[in-house]
Write a protein that binds this ligand. Structure first.
Ligand code: ATP
Ligand code: MG
Length: 250
C-alpha cells in the first residue's frame, strides 16, 4: 500500500539552528502515528512542515498524491497546491480556540459553508453528526465560554473534521488539559482511528502513544532516532537515547 503521507529527508533551519535534520516519515491510510521526544526536538516544526505552515529548506512531502515541497528552497507552496493541502490536511493545536461569538454548532458549520459552498441545512446536518461523534451533541447551542477546556478542544476537532480532511495533525492537543479532559480528547482521537482516519500526533502523553499508535517515532535534535510499533517501542527500545528518555518520563 502506498503511504498517504510521505515525508522524505526533510531539512529545516532557523538561522544557523538546524531544527529538522533529514526527517523521513510515512503514514499509511488509517494509521495513527505518535511523535514523541524531548522539548525542542522538532515535533511541532515537522507537523507545521506537513501542512504547509512552515516550508522545509529541502526534502519532499507528499500527501495523498500531491507533492507540495520539492527542494523548495524556502519557497511557500504554489497557491493551487496550498489550496489542495488545506482540503486534505487539518491541524489541531494545543488549546485551539473556537470563535467566541459563535455557538459550537455555528463554529463547526462555518468552514463548509464559506469555503466549500455547502448549504446551511447540509452544513448543520454534517455538524450535528460530527458533534455527536465527539460527544458534544447536547452542547451544540452553547458558546465556547460555556464549555470546558476539554469540550472546546473536542469542538476544535469537530470543526477541523467538518472540512472532511484525509489527514489530521495534532500538536499537543491535551497538554493544556487536566487528566479527565485530556482523556476525553484522547478517546476522541482513538475513536477517529476506528473510523479509519489517518492521524499524526505530537504528544507528551506516552501512555496514549503506547496504547493507541500504530507507530511511534522518537525524535531528538531534529532527527528520528527510532521508529517502532507502539508497544514494541516502549517494551524494548533499541536506542540508548530512547531508553534514557523513558527512564525519566515513562
Ligand atoms: N519560528 C522559529 N524561529 C526560530 N526557532 C524556532 C522557531 N520555531 C521553532 N524553533 C526552534 O526549533 C526547535 C524545535 O522546535 P519545535 O517547536 O519544533 O520542538 P518541539 O519538539 O515541538 O518541542 P516541544 O516538545 O517543546 O513542543 C527549538 O529549538 C525551537 O526553539
Ligand atoms: Mg511542540
Amino acid at each position: 500500500m502506498q503511504p498517504i503521507v510521505q515525508a522524505s529527508d526533510v531539512r529545516k533551519h532557523f538561522d544557523t539552528h538546524c531544527v529538522l535534520d533529514g526527517v523521513s516519515l510515512a503514514a499509511l491510510e488509517g494509521q495513527l502515528i505518535s511523535l514523541i521526544g524531548p522539548a525542542g526536538c522538532g515535533k511541532s516544526t515537522l507537523l507545521r512542515c506537513l501542512n504547509g505552515l512552515d516550508v522545509p529548506d529541502s526534502g519532499t512531502i507528499e500527501i495523498d498524491g500531491v507533492t507540495w515541497a520539492r527542494a523548495a528552497g524556502g519557497r511557500a507552496p504554489a497557491p493551487e497546491v496550498a489550496h489542495e493541502l488545506r482540503r486534505t490536511v487539518a491541524m489541531v493545536f494545543q488549546g485551539d480556540s473556537l470563535f467566541p461569538h459563535r455557538t459550537l454548532l455555528q463554529n463547526v458549520m462555518m468552514a463548509p459553508m464559506m469555503v466549500l459552498g455547502v448549504s446551511r441545512d447540509e452544513a448543520a446536518m454534517g455538524a450535528e453528526l460530527l458533534l455527536r461523534k465527539v460527544g458534544l451533541f447536547a452542547e451544540m447551542d452553547r458558546y465556547p465560554a460555556h464549555l470546558s477546556a476539554g469540550q472546546q478542544q473536542r469542538g476544535a476537532i469537530a470543526r477541523a473534521l467538518a472540512m472532511s480532511p484525509k489527514v489530521m495533525l495534532y500538536d499537543e492537543p491535551t497538554s493544556a488539559l487536566d487528566g479527565g479532559m485530556a482523556q476525553e480528547v484522547l478517546d476522541t482521537i482513538a475513536l477517529l482511528k476506528d473510523d479509519g482516519l489517518t492521524q499524526i500526533i505530537a504528544t507528551h502523553e506516552l501512555g496514549f502513544a503506547r496504547a493507541a499508535s500504530d507507530s511511534v517515532m522518537f525524535m531528538q535534535n531534529g532527527a528520528v532516532v527510532e521508529t517502532a510499533p507502539g508497544d514494541a517501542m516502549f517494551r524494548a527500545p533499541q536506542d540508548v537515547r530512547v531508553q534514557r528518555f523513558f527512564q525519566l518520563f515513562a
